[in-house]
Design a protein around this ligand. Structure first.
Ligand SMILES: NC(=O)c1ccc[n+]([C@@H]2O[C@H](COP(=O)([O-])OP(=O)(O)OC[C@H]3O[C@@H](n4cnc5c(N)ncnc54)[C@H](OP(=O)(O)O)[C@@H]3O)[C@@H](O)[C@H]2O)c1
Length: 429
């Protein structure tokens, strides 16, 4: 080992790990110039040490976490195992041993980020997580540094590539949910068990991290109101299109009346909005600040190479600090702000309702919405089934609270003339 190398270890060498190892090898000389010393990968923790890993000597592999802590020449540990446990415990142990950590783990950072950052501060080391949100898109660093002078009032994002790929397919080819999911699984964009993506859990982790940084608040993924995409049908996209909209799984955080509103839900977005044009596996994050106005970050939100770009940016940053002997800056203090419950969230709504095809039905529904102070913006009677004597109504509304919407829907469902209340979706803007 060159005496002055910065010693690095990795926890995990799967998809992203392989990308990091390949980039470390390819960029070795450039990185040494940036840092002023070379990086040396000293240990790689995996479950199965019998399986060869491209670019890694067998002697570097270990399945014992203690081997990492036992090597005093390791100064930076890159955590790419994923999952909550034992990743959280390993990160904490590494920080407590006085080493810096770079992680791509959104679940650990969303659930335990504040506590782990406190451990890092107590031990005078850094915990960096650029890759945890938006893969290769720089967003953690811009929020922590470049936009810090702003009072950020809104974060609006498409931060799950799997669902964006599926929704783009449904929108462009008129396919139904099950077909879009099967196609995403065939191409490896969706896991065999897609729950974390399609139910919005993955996006809620990332939104919690973004809101924490943007608004300087402690917010847990449980504070994010979630609605998945599993109930969306091909005709929702057809009706949205007729109204001039497309549908995206939108992660939204806003400061409203001195509190935070955070949600992940399928949302109608006007087709001329920049986020409506973010298609396929791409991710995009829009930030609104009082000084900067609206800025949008867009790019590949996953994949070994884009994620390695973010991981290695953090590694270079911390290695430069090590070489320069710089101490980590103090973290920005969190504020105590209330998190508004979903009933207080205000939105416009799209409502698809199947009704008996007879006079007076629309008046009855309009009366119920009016009773909850929800005013109708437009009505489409879009399809009729002559045999069943039913019709489908698509109603869009002006802004109303989630509580008013739910109260109105309960009354609408109880009407004799209503066959089914189909999807009810938020509309952006
Ligand atoms: N995939 C992406 O595009 C992407 C993008 C952004 C962020 N991320 C995040 O990056 C992290 C890694 O994702 P990935 O897709 O690379 O995961 P992955 O392919 O499943 O790789 C996980 C690696 O960790 C090792 N590992 C897991 N549990 C372990 C344990 N208990 N002890 C020792 N080794 C263990 C595995 O060892 P074996 O190889 O022996 O099984 C494997 O090498 C996750 O936090 C993920 O959310 C991923």
């Amino acid at each position: 080992m060159p005496l002055d190398a910065v010693g690095v270890a990795m926890l995990g060498a799967g998809n992203v790990g392989a990308g990091v190892i390949a980039a470390l090898r390819a960029g070795h000389e450039r990185y040494a110039v940036h840092i002023g010393r070379p990086l040396l990968l000293r240990r790689v923790l995996v479950r199965d040490t019998a399986r060869a890993r491209d670019g890694v000597e067998a002697s570097v592999l270990t399945s014992h976490f203690e081997d990492i802590l036992a090597d005093p020449a390791i100064e930076v540990v890159i955590e790419l195992m994923g999952g909550e446990h034992p990743a959280r415990e390993y990160i904490e142990a590494v920080l407590a041993s006085g080493r810096h950590v770079v992680t791509a783990n959104k679940e650990v950072m969303a659930k335990h980020g504040a506590a782990l950052l406190a451990v890092a501060a107590a031990h005078n080391v850094r915990l960096l997580y650029e890759a945890a949100v938006g893969g290769g898109i720089p967003i953690i660093s811009p929020l922590s540094r470049d936009l810090l002078a702003n009072d950020v009032t809104a974060v609006t994002a498409i931060i799950n590539g799997t669902t964006n790929y599926m929704l783009t397919g449904m929108s462009q080819t008129g396919t139904d949910y099950a077909v879009a999911l099967a196609e995403a699984q065939r191409l490896g964009y969706a896991e065999p068990d897609p729950t974390a993506d399609v139910e919005g859990t993955d996006a809620s982790y990332k939104l919690a991290i973004l809101c924490g940084l943007a608004f300087h608040v402690a917010i847990s993924p449980d504070d994010v109101a979630k609605q998945g995409i599993t109930r969306l049908a091909a005709r929702d996209f057809k009706y949205a299109d007729a109204l001039g909209y497309t549908i995206k799984l939108l992660a939204t955080g806003r400061l409203v009346d001195g509190g935070v509103v955070a949600s992940v839900q399928p949302t109608l977005i006007a087709k001329d909005e920049p986020l409506a044009k973010v298609d396929g596996v791409l991710n995009a994050i829009q930030i609104e600040g009082d000084l900067v106005g609206r800025v949008q970050f867009q790019g590949r939100g996953a994949g070994p190479a884009p994620t390695a770009s973010a991981v290695l940016a953090d590694v270079l940053d911390v290695a430069r600090d090590i070489v320069a002997g710089r101490r980590p800056a103090e973290a920005v203090e969190h504020r105590k702000l209330p998190i508004h419950p979903p009933g207080m969230h205000r939105s416009r709504y799209y409502m698809r309702v199947t009704v008996q095809d007879q006079p007076g039905v629309l008046a009855a529904i309009a009366g119920i919405l009016g009773g909850q102070a929800i005013s109708i913006a437009s009505v489409l009677q879009v399809e009729t089934d002559d045999d069943a004597r039913t019709a489908e109504l698509v109603i869009t509304t002006h802004h109303a609270t989630g509580a008013a919407r739910d109260a109105a829907l309960a009354e609408i469902r109880a009407l004799d003339v209503v066959v089914e209340v189909g999807n009810v979706l938020a509309m952006a803007g």
